[in-house]
Design a protein around this ligand. Sequence first.
Ligand SMILES: Cc1ncc(C[n+]2csc(CCOP(=O)(O)OP(=O)(O)O)c2C)c(N)n1
Ligand SMILES: [Mg+2]
Length: 916
Amino acid sequence: MATDDAVREKEDVANSNVEGSIEGIDTQELAEWFESLEDVIHRYGPEKTKQLLVHLREHAYHRGVMMPFSATTPYLNTIPVSEQPRYPGNLEIERQIKSIIRWNAMAMVVRANKKTEKHGAVGGHISTYASAATLYEVAYNHFFHGRTENHPGDMVYFQGHASPGMYSRAFLEGRIDESYLENFRQEVPRGTGLSSYPHPWLMENFWQFPTVSMGLGPICSIYHARFLRYMEHRGLLDTSKSRVWAFLGDGEIDEPESLGAITLASRENLDNLTWVVNCNLQRLDGPVRGNGKIIQELEGAFRGAGWNCIKVVWGGDWDPLFSRDYNGKLVKRMGDIIDGQYQKYSVSTGDYIRQHFFGDDPELQALVDHLTDDQLEKLRRGGHDPEKVFAAYKAALDHHSGPTVILAKTIKGYGLGEAGEGRNVAHNTKKMNLEELKQFRKRFSIPISEESVEKMPFYKPAEDSEEMVYLKAKRDQLGGAVPSRQPTAERLKVPALSDKTFARQLRGTEGKGEASTTMAYGSIIQGLMKDKIIGDRIVPIIPDEARTFGMESLFSSFGIYSSKGQLYEPVDRINGSLMYYKEAKDGQVLEEGINEAGAISSFIAAGTAYSNLGMNMIPFYIYYSMFGFQRVGDLVWCAADSRVKGFLVGGTSGRTTLNGEGLQHEDGHSHLIATTVPQLVAYDPAFAYELCVIIQNGLERMYTDGEEIFYYLSVYNENYEMPPMPEGDHIAHGILKGMYLFHSTESGPGQEHRPQLFGSGTIMHEVLRAQKILKENFNIGTDVWSVTSYSELCRDSMDADRWNMLHPTEQPHESFLMQQLAEQNGPFISASDNVRLVADQIRQWIPGKYTVLGTDGFGRSDTRPVLRRHFEIDAECTAYATLQALSEYDAFDVTRLPQVLKDLGIDPEKINPRTA
Ligand SMILES: Cc1ncc(C[n+]2csc(CCOP(=O)(O)OP(=O)(O)O)c2C)c(N)n1
Ligand SMILES: [Mg+2]
């Protein structure tokens, strides 16, 4: 700004504020105050002025003057014109590129819906990108850094519903051809179309982060930014240049996950994190805050949380009006108008705006006398002005003491005119009539002929055109394509089962006491963390439960990650003891506090390092099993879509094994939900050696063979004797496939049916006790199988069935389960600490009567024996269920059963646990 202008502005501001006099204070005196202030600003700059004002405020406080709390600033751009940097690009070319991208994005959606109309149109969104195009294009041309050899790349969380814009740009960049645009939302066969939203699972070379379940992108982006720091502080990878960007909807911010973790970002000083909230004031049904102001509300929340908050409210064409707003009336008017009304203005004519917005006051009206109605109508909002947006992004990069949020005001459906611009229906607009298309073409100067508009041709300028040369040069300067998912080719050598890491757990407790599978897990992970090759890569994640799981020794052995190190003397470091709550800048453990959503976000960040950072990291996230799938199930789904690798470990599993914790904590359904996640491999092991086999194999599959899968393991807190791993290769094979024969008793004389008993987790012991009862009390021999994974057995059998159905004349495939049970004539009895549906998954392949016992119904507090009787899964109930099943084969006299019930102490009229 020219010096003269600056001086004039200074005077104007001083004058304007004096105008708003304070009753009881002499006007002249007030004017002097303002003059002094202006003088300080002028001579010392804003930073010193800020310090002076803070001093004054403190002084006033000590003298008993309480300042009213205000988290917000006036409804203006945070960056004043005087601080606005020069735009480093060619605005005209960029506008042209952006317009073409707008057109193709719109055409893609409209054409896809037309094409599929007959079979139920495929949907899609135009309005979200239309409102956000400038926000993205400024970033693409000047900020988003691609992954290169010496730059890990920026991590960009794109707003899910804006995906057509990203595809449209990828088309211009030459990353995808026209056939892909043609097949937007038509992804079958795989690889021929474009997925509706960002899904790494479906477009594994393109998308990095699934964002369309609203609220998950925001929280994941925070933990991702923190994980970049973790990698850097641990000396594993230089991530200092990498920035996490999250583009979010203003409606999306209402999801609790969106704001739930923002204080972590400021506490951790994550200046590598930038959020851009597209404040188009609308969500799906209508205004986000019709009766309020979302931008002001968010400003208060973010400033309160310690974020650097930059509002981009008004476009540059407002600046001359503000500069003449001598008495602050325009600013006041802007502050007074609420969002619902702003939305109304966005669809109104210049005449209406003149009358209703400016018309209230002759001075306001005079401000815009020189503008035509058309000019008034076109006054832009900040988020549509590249210079304002650039200034905000640059300020975010220049801010070095915490995260930045940019609140950019836009119009939903910008440019769609009658078809949806600013309308409540904008979100679902998928059609444009001919007139609207023509308008669109004209408004954005799309270089296609008027006659061809109806066909909505995709438009790509010639490769040597100014636009294409510019666009490519910009991306080349910034390191190439974004987004781009690039899994590493790195393959890790993981410890073999024969390695010392597993030796102790494979031997079992050797008659020297008891242990739980949780203890075994703790010991295995400690061992793995000491491994020379993969030790450093392990990321143990715990949400404030390490002591519950007996894993607190990790704290002192490996340190808890803390970007600040440890600035205090830990209370438990007595006499220099080494066992204490050790926080360290290079600490390995992610102690997340009571925050399962955050912890699983960390799991996702670490578990996708192989594709986002080019380096395999191995997260082991242990938590109260009830607070996993049930609590953050959608984040698990997001992890799956992200193609995460790693181990989820449900601690304190089992509705009766976690005995005293009652209804809220006792989980019996994690395994049921785990089954629903396609590439999640779930196991419910009973013994320490099973856990070793599963973890070792999981490491090998994920990190040596490079499979993009992840694991769920349930571990329990009940202590019992752990047997040594039995001899024979078939044991490990069976553990991994889902079942193996663990123990048999001899058949009684003339016994024609050998009951097959299935046990899992801690209930294996009840099943073994049932086997004993059947043998000792009834002389019936049985086989007990350890079923480590019903879901794996089920999947394998489903696959075999499917193949057989589609290949009717070929030699049928036999699943592992079918092979194992081929010789058996039943009955089959299953007992576990899970709801029945878990074991019921395999019912259709069981060759005989199949009785499933499980823990359906709410849990409650009591001792394990009482709870197991309550749910009818204890040894006596299992033994009884076996006899009853035998009676259906006429292999046990049905009339004896009432007496058996009595003998085993089971009350047939007891309460039904399912409804209790
Ligand atoms: C968890 C979740 N709930 C609901 C939806 C459905 N949904 C998709 S977009 C949308 C409105 C988005 O509004 P906003 O966040 O303001 O984004 P805009 O399109 O306005 O930029 C809704 C409700 C979703 N995708 N995810
Ligand atoms: Mg919105």
